[in-house]
Design a protein around this ligand. Structure first.
Ligand code: NDP
Ligand code: ZN
Length: 356
């Protein structure tokens, strides 16, 4: 794989052509390597529940064909003339964004996900206004071209097959955990124990917090206790309804409709709840909130590039990796069904060498 001067780069991928979760091989070209760009040969890509939402068209509009994948890791195979952060042969990661305006206050303080001009360019299904408004295609593919500013450096000694999920599941949980200053001894909870949830569990255990896990799949109990959770509670049990005023912090990764008040009441006075799960709809009752006193609920979206680098370095240094199941790309359709039904513990990662 190489980048010839000024020429567009041929890419092989798997794409969905409608909201059905059915993928087939798809070829396209990526924009030519610019002076500040790197070309990455993709080695592994994670499957995030956001990919399922995107193919289904759950939130914003979806342009088909769609090539999802925003948990990407690979090897740098070409660098533009002005690139200084990477050299050929380095490992590099790409998360949910490939560019942003770069000029507003949010971008300048490296919170590019909150670009004040609304101009974050997402890794797939997004308009790349730096490159003729072409549609972006994600990581279920053999390569990606990205500005070096949006490439994340991956240490040589990293466990490379487990890195990809950190680029979304890792940063999306790490960022609010840091924002809420979770610390040793805090009583905390994770709602929804999937790709994101189990990373939240790992980070908060590493910080010395006491973690309760909530999920609808009781069979996850054994694994989360093994990972260090203090207790597991089935959200359909009576125990769930009894909990009140208990937690300093809750992170919800639930991807389907649920009752936010049920968790709000579990917070201690002044406790904080971060919502990162993206259900099409979630219910909240203002009066019930008030009668459960002063507690904070906020939303959080991935994390900026600087914080993503910090998260990755911290995770590698402290040996905090996701639990992954590596699959060939030919199993994509089946993998989507399994993610939707909670049949994966905890993240599928596609081995991109299986893309022929
Ligand atoms: P997963 O499917 O891997 O995990 C979700 C987990 O929540 C599953 O274990 C699921 O069980 C469980 N669950 C479903 N319904 C409930 C419920 N009512 N109560 C408790 N647990 C429940 O998804 P991901 O971790 O990949 O993503 C989670 C959500 O976060 C998605 O909506 C995704 O789009 C969003 N997201 C948001 C980001 C952000 O920046 N804010 C970034 C990345 C993702 P089961 O599988 O059995 O349904
Ligand atoms: Zn994601």
């Amino acid at each position: 794989m190489s980048a010839k001067n000024g020429e567009r780069i041929p890419t092989k991928a798997y794409a969905a052509h409608s909201k059905e979760w059915k993928f087939k091989p798809f070829s396209f070209t990526r924009h030519a390597l610019g002076q500040n760009d790197i070309l990455i040969e993709i080695l592994y890509a994670g499957i995030c529940h956001s990919d399922l939402h995107s193919v289904s068209g759950d939130h914003h509009g979806t342009t088909y064909p769609i090539v999802p994948g925003h948990e990407i890791v690979g090897r740098v195979v070409a660098v533009g003339q002005k690139v200084s952060k990477f050299k050929i042969g380095d490992y590099a990661g790409v998360g949910c964004m490939v560019n942003s305006c770069g000029e507003c206050d949010a971008c300048k303080r490296s919170e590019e996900q909150f670009c004040e001009r609304g101009k974050s360019i997402f890794t797939y299904n997004s308009v790349d206004y730096f490159h003729g408004n072409e549609n972006t295609y994600g990581g279920y593919s053999n390569n990606i071209v990205v500005s070096e500013n949006f490439g994340i450096k991956v240490a040589k000694d990293a466990d490379i097959s487990k890195i990809a999920p950190l680029l979304c599941a890792g940063i999306t949980t790490y960022s609010p955990i840091k924002f809420s200053k979770v610390k040793k001894g805090d009583k905390v909870a994770v709602a929804g124990l999937g790709g994101l949830g189990h990373m939240a569990l790992k980070y908060m255990i590493a910080l010395g917090a006491e973690v309760t896990c909530f999920d609808i799949v009781p069979s996850k109990k054994k694994t989360v206790l093994k990972l260090g959770a203090k207790r597991f509670i089935d959200v359909n049990s009576d125990d769930f309804k009894k909990i009140k005023n208990e937690f300093d912090f809750i992170i919800s990764t639930i991807p389907y409709e649920y009752d936010i008040n049920a968790y709000h009441k579990m917070l201690k006075l002044n406790g904080e709840m971060a919502i990162v799960g993206l259900p099409v709809k979630a219910n909240i009752n203002g009066a019930d909130m008030i009668w459960n006193f002063r507690k904070k609920i906020y939303s959080s979206l991935i994390g900026g590039i600087k914080e993503t680098q910090e998260m990755l370095d911290y995770s590698i240094k402290n040996n905090i990796y996701p639990e992954v199941e590596i699959i060939p790309i030919t199993r994509l359709d089946e993998a989507y069904q399994n993610v939707a039904k909670g049949r994966v513990e905890f993240r599928y990662v596609i081995d991109m060498s299986t893309l022929s």
